[in-house]
Ligand binder design. Structure first.
Ligand code: CTP
Length: 393
């Protein structure tokens, strides 16, 4: 996001707008703060001015120019208008089309997406007048973020708290994404699986789940109904995504197969263990000077089974290879009846497990190959979604 209009209104949560501005500035966004006169009672314009490196505007008319039109120019090239916190008063004025201060005037003139973050006392938030005003804004295309529940400044517990600045940032970024996956059910698998040897040891791999979680988040942002089937990771599942936690390849097999029928697309980003111990010891195995022999048996190949029952599903596989990456991946694409396979060579810098970036090639079922540059997994996730959507269209 290049340019944001950050509208701040006069509620106690206005002090959080300072941190919110910083989150956007840190992400490289130019932030233009616009405050209502009441907001300036709660937080000094100088604070926002200093954090954003630009004047924070309050007044519609300045003494020198008296030119309202100049302030409307603040909207030029704005990607998004974010009003946080938004009081019941400002929401009411927006719903009714009032233009009695600079912020409400800019709202009426804005042709970019608008995100509103209501923040107020719980009873005010529940009041029919406020609910109806919020519904009006939603019906006109505004994105309205639900407030958090918690202890409110007035001392009571309830819904009305302004969410964390980082959550607002993520919500705002998502609001700008096209909703081109709306109505499409998608299953994503992520992370490693663990195959227990005894109660304290297991076979696994270094997958952290970053790629799968990035896909799930990107899908949610683009309007999909997402089921995330995840092996053990340290990641927080994206909000609004149905998450099923599994440990073993067998558990993942069962979970994926049960969600298959209602899923149009499956992204199989999990690093599934190919083998499991033939027996799991009931008690901790003690060391023995004679050494140790492990008997392994094959796990079922989940993707192979999905490919067998393919019908009109779209299947996207992932392969991490250390040699002849493209040849090996293409072989998997054919063998497992996939539409696309995303392959990376683990020997390349910045690619593979536990790093936020990846460098991949995407192979298609007619032999086409696209080599992508090194990029963040979040960005790659959106690229993979673009490519997959082109198969449906
Ligand atoms: N996969 C799966 N079930 C398995 C093994 C792999 O669904 N038991 C899926 C992975 O999620 C991935 C794709 O198959 O999308 C390729 O995984 P990979 O481990 O690279 O392939 P394998 O077929 O196991 O081949 P190999 O380990 O011999 O390279």
């Amino acid at each position: 996001m290049k340019k944001l209009i950050l509208g701040v209104t006069g509620g106690i949560a206005a002090y959080k707008a300072a941190e919110l501005a910083r989150v956007f500035v840190r992400a490289g966004t130019e932030v233009q703060a616009v405050m209502t006169p009441a907001a300036a009672e709660f937080i000094a314009p100088l604070t926002l001015q200093t954090l954003t490196n630009r004047p924070a505007f309050i007044e519609m008319y300045t003494e020198r120019t008296s030119e309202k039109i100049r302030h409307i120019e603040l909207l030029d090239d704005a990607d998004l208008m974010l009003i946080a916190p938004a009081t019941a008063n400002t929401i009411g004025k927006m719903a009714c089309g009032f233009a009695d201060n600079l912020l409400t005037t800019l709202y009426l003139a804005a042709d970019c997406p608008v995100v509103v973050v209501p923040s107020m006392n719980v009873n005010m938030f529940k009041h029919t007048a406020v609910r109806e005003n919020i519904d009006k804004l939603i019906s006109r295309g505004c994105f309205v973020m639900d407030p958090d529940e918690g202890e409110l400044a007035c001392g009571v517990y309830g819904s009305g708290r302004m969410p964390d600045p980082l959550d607002i940032y993520n919500y705002a970024v998502a609001a700008l994404k096209p909703k081109d996956y709306k109505g499409i059910s998608v299953t994503v698998t992520a992370g490693p699986t663990r195959e227990a040897l005894d109660p304290v040891r297991y076979l696994s791999n270094p997958s952290t789940g970053l790629m799968g979680y990035a896909l799930a988040r990107a899908l949610k942002e683009r309007g999909a109904d997402v089921t995330l089937i995840s092996g053990p990771t340290n990641l927080v599942p994206p909000a609004g995504v149905k998450t099923i936690s599994v440990n073993t390849a067998d558990e993942m097999y069962e979970a994926v197969l049960s969600s298959y029928q209602q899923s149009k697309i499956v992204f199989k980003a999990a690093a599934v263990s190919d083998f499991k111990p033939a027996e799991k010891a009931v008690n901790k195995v003690k060391k023995d000077d004679a050494g140790c022999q492990l008997n392994l048996e094959r796990n079922r190949d989940i993707l192979l089974e999905l490919g067998r029952q393919k019908g009109d599903h779209i299947l996207v596989g992932f392969a991490a290879e250390t040699e002849e990456a493209v040849e090996n991946a293409y072989d998997k694409l054919i063998r497992k009846n996939l539409d696309l396979i995303v392959v990376n060579n683990l020997n390349e810098p910045g690619a593979g497990f536990a790093v936020p970036t990846n460098r991949v090639s995407i192979l298609g079922s007619s032999g086409e190959k696209e080599e992508l540059p090194l990029m963040e997994k979040e960005q790659l996730a959106h690229y993979i979604l673009d490519r997959t959507l082109s198969l449906i269209k």
